[in-house]
Design a protein around this ligand. Structure first.
Ligand code: GRF
Length: 318
């Protein structure tokens, strides 16, 4: 079983979704562990439950309006210290500031009790009934600067009953939320370990560079720079080849010295691929919880520069 992602749950109150995430994480094949529960309310009932379940809890004081920036700076520091890979919001009643979000882009998810994009914000169930909907539900989505608007990762429908009240509807939607959240989170985390998903992601970055195209190399997906008749590989996928556990990408580095340095300083990220290592290809592991994709883009660009034909480099390259 590969390393589990370390998830933090942020709550403000009851924490029933948090509980659902914790209990689901007990399954042997769950790709995450709840490594921390915290939030903006030191008296949140959910914190007591998390503690009783042996999950690490941090009680932070609710910030006064003027201290909001400091609160989020401290929170970020805490999450870094605890080596958190992904944040899940579960009834966390604060608007997340953009600078905090920027550090967690693509690594923060939320659950909202409606079928987004319908009925964003508060008083969701009331709005749903007032609109005369016959179906409501819940949505798990990525958190972006626009409230309740990030990429939808999963949804579940819940029927609206005749004479429903907002409270009765909320209770039923909550049952559905508890099923949905752990399921979608697990799927989301598993896809980041999946060879096809990783290949598509690397492909997007590789093909963003000038004069590049896709071609397989000994059966592995790869990307070349140049023309069909005169071209060189600058990125090749690696799928647990030759006894090496990692799924990753091979890129050219400047030489054996750089390769040794990269592997020595970041052994969890870089590896020396069999057969390719002697010709200055270094492997970057990508099926790990926290991949900095802008770093991968940089490494691909460096590799591109090392092999690109002179005419492209002279034309200003990338
Ligand atoms: C849930 O309905 C969730 O969708 C919304 O806030 C509520 C939190 O409930 N974001 P709980 O604290 O998880 O019980």
């Amino acid at each position: 079983m590969p390393e589990r992602s370390r998830v933090a749950v942020l709550i403000s109150g009851r924490g029933s979704n948090m509980a659902a995430l914790i209990y689901a994480s007990r399954a042997d094949d769950c790709p995450y562990e709840v490594a921390l529960v915290t939030g903006d309310n030191p008296n949140a009932p959910g914190l007591v439950l998390a503690e009783a379940e042996g999950v690490p809890v941090a009680r932070l004081q609710a910030p006064a309006a003027k201290d909001k920036a400091r609160f989020f700076a401290n929170l970020h520091e805490l999450l870094e210290k605890e080596d958190i890979d992904l944040i899940t919001l579960a009834g966390f009643m604060r608007i997340i500031p953009d600078d905090f979000l920027a550090n967690w882009e693509g690594r923060m998810v939320n659950i909202h009790p409606s079928l987004l994009p319908k009925h964003k914000g508060l008083k969701t169930h009331q709005a749903c009934l007032a609109a005369g909907e016959t179906v409501s539900g819940a949505t798990v989505h990525l958190v972006t600067p626009d409230l309740d608007s990030g990429e939808i990762l999963g949804q579940v429908q819940v029927a609206v009953l005749p004479n429903d009240t907002p409270e009765a509807l909320a209770d039923r939607v909550l049952i559905a939320e508890h099923q949905l959240y752990p399921q979608v989170l697990s799927r989301f985390l598993s896809r980041t370990r999946n060879f096809e998903w990783i290949t598509a992601k690397v492909g997007e970055l590789a093909l963003d560079l000038p004069s590049t195209f896709f071609q397989t190399s000994h059966g592995s997906p790869g990307w070349k720079v140049g023309t069909q008749s005169n071209s060189k590989f600058f990125g090749i996928m690696w799928n647990r080849h030759h006894g090496e556990e990692a799924v990753g990408v091979l890129v050219k580095c400047s030489g054996q010295e750089e390769m040794a340095e990269l592997i020595e300083n970041q052994p969890g990220i870089y590896f020396r691929p069999a057969y390719y290592g002697p010709s200055d290809w270094v492997g970057i592991t990508l099926d790990r919880p926290r991949v900095d994709w802008s770093h991968i883009a940089d490494r691909l660009a460096q590799s591109w520069e090392l092999v690109a034909p002179r005419r492209l480099l002279e034309a200003g390259g990338r």
